[in-house]
Design a protein around this ligand. Sequence first.
Ligand code: ZN
Length: 386
Amino acid sequence: MKLSAYNVRTIKNDNRALIFNILRKAPASRADIAKRTGLSKSSVTMITNTLINEGQIKEIGTDEVSIGRKPILLDITEDFRFAAGIILHRSDVTVCLTNLKSEVIASTGRPISHFRCADDILDYTSKAVYSLIDDAKLERDKCIGIGISSPGPLDRNAGIILTPPGLPILKNTFAVDGIKNRTGMKNVILENNAVLLAMRENILQSGGKINNFMSVIISQGIGSAIVTNGEIYRGAGGYSGEIGHISVEVGGIKCDCGNTGCLERYVSLDAVKQKFGFDDYRDIVNKAYLSDEYATDILRYIACYLGCGLVTAVNLFDLDAVILHGDYSYRPQLLNSMIQKYINEKSFVAQAHSIIVAAPSERLEKAEGNSTAAILEHYFAQKLEV
Ligand SMILES: [Zn+2]
């Protein structure tokens, strides 16, 4: 079979992407890369030598753990290029730059109350990207693009933020076109914040121990993203993971989505505050740790409703972990252990294997870099012309 120029380029990019995927998790030797990718040793040598000549990866010394001849380890050159990110959150707007290892180089931000309309936000964030680049004395043409993180729902392909709960200022905002027009950057990607957290968690799981998990963000709405076999599960139109709209009470509270009894109507922090009449969640958690009965009951209520939604997700996707972000992340061990118990007792899957309920990886706690995950994913998958 004669390969077209397009196919040759695609295969070349796919092979480079395979190697990048290994190195994004941890440094590796050429032999290790060959073993893990299935590529021949000579192909790996050829591709990695080209990447070293381009400056994209580098040799970083030897693997002291190996027995016998110590192989040379390869790693990504973190400052070869950088990515910019815009994080749209219901309380604030953050703009950041990260290197190729998703490490934040610089960031700035403003409270959401500072802005009058969506155009104000787009103006501010576009200018802030270039201010950060210039202040950090980076070369503008080394920026691979801008990733925008927003709560869903959104039309990712059209680059439009639709109706994010708690963020009415951004309703029906043409985010991608707005940022492209203002910055002149050709690579601008809009992504759901839950998906971005899952992508970064997936990258940070060095060794890839957890390949099937759900990343859940609990705030005014509840968003989630599902990773199956190490890949984001997107569904037919990119709307997968709407765990907040799993009905946990038939005929329960009416929801804007058209359903009744939706999980987010019961277990968002606002809903729980309203039901129990408290102001400060941290205070409740601190009391629960001191065995205060009322505070413990509140956590049990949250664990019961969240657990109910999560059991459905775990059973449907045969997950091995659930990672919880957002409003309940203050001293989360007690609440997470209650949810863990609920899932262990009620999930069909839990009879076959363990399911971990966890807070995010320590390195992920600083969420600023998440928005760049989308653009970095595309860059390393060799799907961006830079
Ligand atoms: Zn709903």
